[in-house]
Write a protein that binds this ligand. Structure first.
Ligand SMILES: [Zn+2]
Length: 70
């Protein structure tokens, strides 16, 4: 099960796994294409702690990266 917020109706929907159309793995996150029970269209959601961690790492690592490339 997955909790999503529909961008069309602005409601929170609990979605069954079988409504997940596709899962795409990216280095920083997983993109889920979910068939929305609220409005019937497909929404894409990013998920995974790595997405948030990668953002934090990029922000923290920027000064060090500039030093090594200079
Ligand atoms: Zn929707």
């Amino acid at each position: 099960m997955l909790l999503i917020t529909c961008p069309v109706t602005r409601t929170d929907e609990l979605v069954a796994d079988r409504r997940i159309r596709s899962v795409a793995n990216h280095p920083t996150h997983v993109a889920l294409s979910v068939e929305c029970p609220s409005c019937g269209s497909v929404h894409v959601y990013r998920t995974g702690r790595r997405w948030e961690e990668a953002r934090a790492v990029r922000a923290a690592a920027r000064p060090a990266a500039e030093l090594t490339s200079a």
